[in-house]
Ligand binder design. Sequence first.
Ligand code: MN
Length: 229
Amino acid sequence: MSYAIPLAAPPTVGIAGSGLRFPVRRIYTIGRNYAAHARETGLGGAGGSKPGVSLKPADSVIPDGSALPYPPGTEQLEPEVEMVAAIGRGGADIPPAAALDHVFGYAVGFDMIRRDVMHACIADQHSWDLCKSFDGASPVSDLALAENIGHPARGAITLAINGAERQRGDLSDLIWPVAEIVARLSALSRLEPGDLIFTGTPKGPGKVERGDRLEGVVEGIGRLTVDIA
Ligand code: MN
């Protein structure tokens, strides 16, 4: 195959304890999946209704230890610390009872959002894609393999900014746990190996500035550090 323009290298994330890389196909993000955060958004949607789903470009993935350039067009950049599930086996209409068999591993991710852009898009009834789509918008730690750590259903999830705790939750507070997310997503769009699913953030996300250090931890999965440049 010959290409008319240079072929971009596929975006990848590392795999803990392995020299192999995990190629990223798509990034799905689930919104308002912790009740306390859903309430604070003022947008409703906690419990009973459907999970909100948005997508981010695969090439917005950056690794642990990155310097993330402050994106243009915003004065309100906010990280959301999230558990990320990585799909290793594809499928459509996956039943919840079989869903975890499709998960290759888990990571810590920051769903970076231009919050002012998001609010302006909502007010204007425009798509909010650009609030989540910019270079470096999706920092992701190395993956911990499910075959090593299992499928975490509880454990602390935290974000610290410059050493001060900003967000804290527990995986047991997920309104839609990973199996339910995989089942619902796969009913809307076939999942394939390489898909990453950001599973939502606990309450308390807020803005960060140039020079800030972001440290996310999900108990039993790993840690992610990013500096805003
Ligand atoms: Mn999010």
